[in-house]
Design a protein around this ligand. Structure first.
Ligand code: GLN
Length: 205
């Protein structure tokens, strides 16, 4: 079986995610295609998608304008696995408020019943790294890189909490959808990308 995994390449950490997914394929011995995607047509070909970190207002606006937002929502709602990282997790939420400026009227995918606090740990200069545990998905130790990261301030009852840091929720899952506030593509350890590739593979069968 061959898998096709895309990285949404509208804005953000695209190359890093292509490389981490390639390492995950290599470590798992999986054959497949890893590609950057932007258009509705490219998105419609995928078995799984990573929405990278970056700037959620930009990713939202540009994907609305080029028609990708609608296709993304349809594909994910109908079961395509997605890993949303930082801005990508913000895109998956139904409500996003900035810690300082409050409600931002930005386009969101409205896939998960979660409320996000954007820039929850401060601005760029307050970036940090810390150890994260995601025991329920067998990743007990992971180096979490937080850059203008959000946290999840409210979750619906159908959302599984994968990790917290300082009492704030920083990783969540619901069926085919995973969101992390930290950046797994910026560390050597590709366990989370491998977990995602395995999820894509199991849901394709
Ligand atoms: N603060 C950014 C936003 O709100 C996310 C930062 C990131 O993806 N590293 O979109």
């Amino acid at each position: 079986m061959s898998l096709t995994i895309g990285v949404l390449s509208i804005q953000g950490d695209v190359q890093e995610n292509l490389l981490s997914t390639k390492s995950a394929f290599d470590e798992l011995g999986i054959d497949g295609t890893i590609t950057d995607v932007k258009t509705p047509d490219e998105i419609s070909q995928l078995d799984g998608l990573i929405i990278p970190g970056g700037e959620s207002t930009t990713i939202g606006q540009l994907s609305l304008v080029n028609g990708s937002l609608k296709v993304l929502k349809e594909k994910i709602d109908s079961g395509m696995p997605v890993l949303g990282i930082c801005a990508g997790m913000i895109m998956l939420s139904n409500t996003a408020n900035d810690r300082v400026v409050g409600k931002t009227d930005q386009p969101l995918l409205d896939i998960l019943d979660i409320t996000l606090e954007r820039n929850s740990f401060g601005r760029q200069r307050e970036s940090f790294e810390t150890e994260i545990s995601m025991d329920s998905i067998n990743i007990p130790k992971f180096n979490g890189v937080f850059i203008r990261a959000p946290s999840v301030s409210d979750v619906g009852s159908d959302i599984e909490i994968l990790a917290k840091y300082n009492d704030k929720i920083v990783a969540i899952k619901k069926e085919n959808v995973i969101g992390t506030a930290f950046h797994p593509e910026l560390v050597e350890d590709v366990s989370l990308h491998k977990y995602f590739v395995n999820l894509v593979s199991s849901l394709k069968n």
